[in-house]
Design a protein. Structure first.
Ligand code: HAM
Length: 409
């Protein structure tokens, strides 16, 4: 009986795995520098956490969540995003606020799979909790700029908007509904449905974009505080040479945002062009039962980062392959393999005894940089033959000199 992966999921292995881990390590260094601590939260949570925070009328909660009842009759969801879990964890563990938290984790959304869109995918997420200061919003852009550098993503661009505070949004929603009510008949069925439940999402619609070109801009409905916050952020970005454009249609698919929202996009990705997105969410902590606490954050889709990245694994690998000329030498060869792994060198060996030629072929295929050959001749002389696979050169090395030989090259 043969099995297949569930649609929209992937096996990550070989080079892709190496790149993902390399990116994780690079990201960890960056986040350490900015003073963020990593957190691992559970893969599944009480479904109500997402209903209340991500938002009942969002596509994520309405259509895309993997929800099931566990054996205790609890309704749980595979996390579709990390922000609600992080806030829950901060509250539940009494983590001191202000705090800066990051995570690298798999998320689950039952979306239609396509290039850059999966049902299980990895996010690098960053949350800065505790300050209303627009410097926090600005820091998100700084971090993203550094991440783009270390992930070797070029030609990315930022889109920014402000959603205002809850009151601003309420006023704006009314205005938008007034405007849309006159166009309702010509809008697509999805938008007709969104009109009552979540009119802001109509701005996102690709089908109706032309029909609502002259929609009212949310930035014209901001109160003084929100307008000033937005102005300051733009000033910090300009002063620091971070290029962005204002996208008045950018409302994001999640309910908790207040004030700043942004996305970082790439021209290399096709339809799923958002490498990452985020914004401020000053009301969320209170919604999930905590103190009234401002916060801001973002998350990046690692699969999309890998698609857009120009990073290539260095060809030069440091793998040392051990081969032997007769079955009698296999045990000795294996001991040498163990010895070298203790020296933290990257080694491999073939165990189903094969001809020297086929062992060499295997070494080549694995991209070995050096092959250590154990042969009767070399045994008698108390050493090994070493072949440099790139240069094709061979030389004899005494046993006791082997670790130093590898250390010095
Ligand atoms: P989001 O925009 O829903 O925000 O997701 C962030 C990023 O995750 C997207 O820009 C995209 O790169 C990636 N992503 C989303 N869905 C998929 C998918 N189906 N397949 C592959 N990649 C995907 C959030 O999740 C918020 N929690 C971000 C945030 C943090 N806001 C404040 N703090």
């Amino acid at each position: 009986m043969k099995f297949q992966r569930i649609k929209g999921t992937r096996d990550i292995y070989g080079k892709e795995y190496e790149i993902l881990m390399e990116f994780y390590q690079r990201a960890k260094k960056t986040m350490d520098k900015f003073g963020y601590s990593f957190i691992i939260t559970p893969t599944f949570e009480d479904v109500n956490l997402f209903i209340h925070s991500t938002g009942e009328t969002t596509d994520i909660v309405e259509k895309e969540m993997y929800v099931f009842e566990d054996k205790g009759g609890r309704k749980v969801a595979l996390r579709p995003e990390g922000t609600p879990s992080v806030l829950r964890a901060i509250l539940e563990n009494d983590i001191e606020i202000p705090c800066k938290v990051a995570y690298f984790a798999n998320m689950f959304r039952h979306e239609k799979p396509q290039k850059g869109r999966f049902r299980e995918f990895y996010q690098l997420g960053v949350e800065y909790i505790g300050y209303i200061d627009p410097l926090v919003d600005f820091e998100m852009f700084l971090i993203i700029r550094e991440l783009m550098d270390i992930f070797e993503v070029k030609n990315y661009y930022f889109e920014v908007n402000s959603m205002g505070c809850i009151d601003d949004r309420k006023r704006y929603k009314e205005e938008l509904k007034n405007y849309l009510s006159e166009k309702l008949e010509v809008l697509c069925n999805d938008c007709k449905r969104r009109f009552q439940r979540n009119p802001l999402r109509i701005l996102d619609c690709k089908i109706d974009a032309e029909k609502i070109k002259d929609f009212p801009r949310i930035t014209e409905f901001l109160c003084d505080g929100c307008a000033e916050h937005f102005e300051k952020l733009k000033m910090y970005l300009n002063k620091n040479n971070i290029k962005f454009s204002i996208n008045p249609k950018l409302v994001r698919g999640i309910d908790y945002y207040t004030k700043t929202v942004f996305e970082v996009k790439s021209g290399r990705l096709g339809a799923q062009d958002a490498l990452g997105g985020g914004g401020r969410y000053d009301g969320l902590m209170k919604i999930i039962g905590g103190p009234d606490t401002p916060a801001c954050g973002f998350a990046m889709g690692m699969e999309r980062i890998m698609l857009a990245s120009e990073y290539k694994l260095p060809y030069e690998k440091d793998l040392i392959f051990i081969v032997y000329t007769s079955p009698e030498l296999k045990e000795k060869a294996y001991n040498l393999y163990l010895f070298l792994t203790k020296e933290t060198l990257k080694c491999d060996i073939v165990l189903d005894t094969k001809s020297l030629k086929s062992q060499m072929r295997r070494a080549n295929k694995k991209g070995a940089k050096y092959v250590v050959i154990l042969g009767e001749e070399e045994e008698k002389m108390g050493g090994y033959k070493i072949k440099d696979m790139e240069k094709g050169e061979e030389k004899f090395i005494k046993k006791e000199n082997l670790p130093d030989y590898f250390k010095n090259i």
